[in-house]
Design a protein around this ligand. Structure first.
Ligand SMILES: [Zn+2]
Length: 467
């Protein structure tokens, strides 16, 4: 008698169409995330996933048919591609530009070092970062880009992405005209993007932060995302300076904002003697009381499309407000630590049922674009600060795949290895056999070997190439 599970597998195999683009991937372990790890397993792919199971459940004639189109990885893990919820690929060539300063000194250095870059400089920087992300096992990335150059870099690398074109503007009076300028930039970029990205890249808006975007302008972005069913990604409650600035004012942030406004007005004779500091201190929503989150909530700027990046300085009440609004969080612990912004209380995110997953932030503030390194750091930071907090390797794997896909409303197409989903897959090779495949992914010398997006191989033997 044939057991029930193999019977089901056989029926699935009989019904599947093996075509010219079919490829069989085999390894010691498949980590589907939708279920427990499968040993001695295989994944059959075309542009999507056709079948996942134990290799021994595939009939001999199917294996024979696919013999020349089988990648046998041996000691390796096959996982869903990893999903990075926050980066700035534009700034990748600023890797190591300032590894010691706190946020606002670091941002001054970032701007000083990139303000003279040409569009070609930004494009080369973004392409470098996109390749590094792919080579770290990422298949889907949410990027914030001032120039829009990252969309082209991502298309050339073959990654799936949501690119938020950054939005800045502190004038309530000029919010409409700033928004119109942003929209025309978006429309031009979107035309080009539609033609080149093969449906892999979605452009949206990224209001920079509560201290750089006027509520009237943020509202335009929020309403536009709601109308177009798009995510809105924004830095929220990243630093204590931001928290204080919204609540009661903060001198360091005043001075930083005055510096930025003068930097972008440089060369304008009429503004030579302009008092930028006074301009900043006159900002209508500065020192309004409350936190960055209550500021956004009171201005009706939060909804289910909001992807809040960082969220370090947020009370349990703030987390409740975000959860009620349907918002989600990108957690970037290495960037928060290096830039001295503190520790986001992810144990409170869990208690508040506020969905979160991981982002690396940019190469200007972290050592690499490797989500597994981000997670290793997170496990150490949070366990050191709160020994009672339970967050395991299994939780981490789910966060950077299925949970991240859910946060982006893409769980129907990516985030697990299940039939019908897109073939966004990563293969990590191991130095030896393991009995603990999920822990091996994070804590042993697992290295990225191959990466597929939509069944197209974008990384081969650890190296990304242009598609
Ligand atoms: Zn950022």
């Amino acid at each position: 008698m044939i057991p029930a599970a193999p019977m089901k597998a056989l029926r699935e195999i009989e019904s599947m169409k093996i075509n010219g683009s079919s490829r069989l991937l085999t390894a010691d372990w498949v980590l589907p995330v939708s279920g427990p790890p499968i040993e001695d397993a295989a994944v059959l792919i075309s542009d999507h996933i056709d079948w996942v199971g134990k290799l021994s459940d595939l009939p001999a004639n199917v294996r024979q048919t696919l013999a020349k189109r089988t990648n046998s990885y041996g000691h390796a893990l096959i996982t869903p591609g990893l999903i990075n919820l926050h980066a700035h690929l534009d700034y990748s060539h600023l890797h190591g530009v300032d590894c010691n300063s706190a946020l606002f000194t670091w941002m001054r250095n970032l701007l000083k070092n990139s303000s003279s870059w040409s569009p070609e400089d930004f494009a080369a920087s973004a392409l470098y970062g996109a390749k590094k992300a792919a080579e770290a096992g990422t298949t889907f990335i949410v990027d914030s880009s001032f120039t829009g150059n990252s969309a082209q870099a991502l298309a050339e690398t073959g990654l799936r992405a949501i690119v938020g074109l950054e939005l800045f503007g502190s004038s309530e009076v000029h919010a409409d005209s700033i928004w119109q300028q942003w929209l025309s930039k978006y429309e031009k970029l979107n035309e080009v993007n539609k033609a080149r990205a093969r449906g892999l890249i979605t452009l949206t808006v990224a209001p920079h932060a509560p201290y750089t975007v006027a509520p009237a302008l943020w509202r335009q972005a929020k309403n536009w995302c709601a109308k177009n069913n798009l995510k809105l990604t924004a830095h929220i409650a990243e630093s204590s300076q931001e928290y204080e600035w919204i609540k009661a004012g903060n001198t360091e942030l005043d001075e930083y904002l005055a510096f930025v406004r003068s930097l972008y007005a440089a060369g304008s004779q009429s503004l030579k003697d302009y008092d930028y500091l006074k301009d900043v201190r006159d900002t209508s929503w500065r020192a309004r009381g409350g936190s960055p989150v209550t500021h956004l909530a009171d201005s009706d700027l939060l909804d289910k499309n909001t992807l809040a990046v960082h969220l370090v300085h947020a009370s349990t009440d703030d987390l409740g407000i975000l959860q009620k609004a349907g918002a989600t969080v990108a957690h970037c612990p290495r960037s928060n630590s290096r830039l001295r912004n503190g520790r986001a209380r992810i144990e409170n995110f869990v208690s508040a049922s506020l969905p979160f997953a991981f982002g690396t932030d940019s190469l200007a503030s972290v050592d690499d674009l490797d989500l597994r390194a981000e997670i290793r750091a997170a496990l150490l930071i949070h366990r050191a600060a709160n020994p009672d907090f339970q967050f395991t390797d299994d939780d981490a794997l789910k966060a950077c795949t299925l949970t991240a896909a859910r946060i982006l409303d893409r769980q129907h197409e990516v985030g697990t290895l299940e039939p019908e989903k897109k073939a966004d897959i990563c293969i990590f090779s191991l130095e030896r056999a393991t009995r603990n495949p999920v822990s091996a992914l994070f804590h042993e010398s697992a290295t990225v070997q191959d990466v597929f997006v939509n069944g197209v191989q974008i990384v081969r033997n650890g190296v990304a190439s242009r598609i």
